[in-house]
Design a protein around this ligand. Structure first.
Ligand code: BTN
Length: 284
């Protein structure tokens, strides 16, 4: 790594460690996938929580469903391991120091945090495609993959939250479907192409926003429901959602209290989909 990059990285890690939210922070050159690696560490009780793991390269990055995550240079790829609610009480000596994040609405909250973070850099307004992809000007700039490791004995349930953000990715090298649907933050930089956004800067911003929104959640547990319409890419659009019970098509009315997307068909019947995949969407 060149010396300037080394300094930049050290600076970013120092700033994140100084915030004292994560008990473990690591930025490594290469691994299979930050989600897989962090999940292994959590299962083996090998990392204090919350933990943050970043990689320059992934040789087996995972996406939602059966997809792989194309993991090129210039993509910020990281995972957080966060204890979530629904856990057994933790051991008394840990209880006061371990933040417990509510797992309800977690995917939407992650998407909104990325969107707020990217607003800092982007001239285009970042929007969240339910439940948590982030888009700039109609193209995907960030994907999120959340896995829950169920509670064991005295250990809480842990969410492994994997995030990939195209910061300075050259999409000319991408697979064709990525070229068609994706974008990279540097193309929308507020500061022009002379000051491309670095993965380090974006990570530091993300962590600041994650902590701030964690605090907002504690002060007002309903903030996300109030905030969502402002960030939702799909509200008012025609969408097609695949879910375990079939396919729902119609106008997106927003979300309910559980974070389920609401789809109204032509007969004005509303389907609530808590877990599903958006197949397509378009303005009405
Ligand atoms: C999606 O399909 O949109 C989700 C993509 C999630 C990619 C990130 S990159 C960091 C973390 N490690 C992985 O292997 N996947 C997630």
């Amino acid at each position: 790594m060149n010396p300037i990059l080394t300094i930049k990285r050290r600076y970013a890690l120092d700033e994140i460690e100084g915030l004292r939210y994560f008990k473990s922070v690591q930025w490594l050159e290469s691994m299979d996938s930050t989600n897989k690696q962090l999940a292994r560490s959590v299962r083996e009780n090998a990392t204090p929580l919350p933990a943050l793991l970043v990689a320059d390269r992934q040789n087996s990055g995972v996406g939602r469903g059966s997809h792989q995550w194309w993991s090129p240079e210039g993509c910020l790829m990281f995972s957080m391991a966060i204890p979530v609610e629904g856990s057994e009480p933790v051991a008394a000596d840990n209880a006061s120091t371990e933040p417990l994040v509510s797992s309800a609405l977690l995917p939407l909250r992650v998407g909104c945090t990325v969107a707020e973070c990217l607003e800092h850099f982007s001239a285009a307004k970042p929007m969240v495609k339910w439940p948590n992809d982030v888009y700039l000007s109609g193209r995907k700039v960030c994907g999120v993959l959340i896995e829950i490791i169920p509670k064991q004995a005295t250990a809480p349930s842990v969410a492994i939250i994997g995030i990939g953000i195209n910061c300075t990715v050259d999409l000319r090298d991408a697979p064709s479907d990525v070229q068609t649907n994706a974008t990279s933050l540097h193309e929308w930089s507020k500061h022009g192409s002379t000051a491309p956004v670095s993965t380090e800067e974006v990570l530091v911003q993300f962590v600041h926003h994650w902590i701030a929104l964690d605090q907002r959640q504690k002060e007002n547990p309903r903030w996300l429901l109030e905030y969502w319409p402002e960030r939702s890419l799909l509200d008012g659009q025609w969408v097609e959602v695949k879910h375990p019970g079939g396919i729902a098509k119609g106008r997106c009315l927003g979300i309910n209290e559980s974070g389920a997307i609401l789809i109204q068909n032509e007969q004005l019947e509303v389907t609530e989909v808590l877990a599903g995949t958006i197949q397509s969407f378009r303005p009405l």
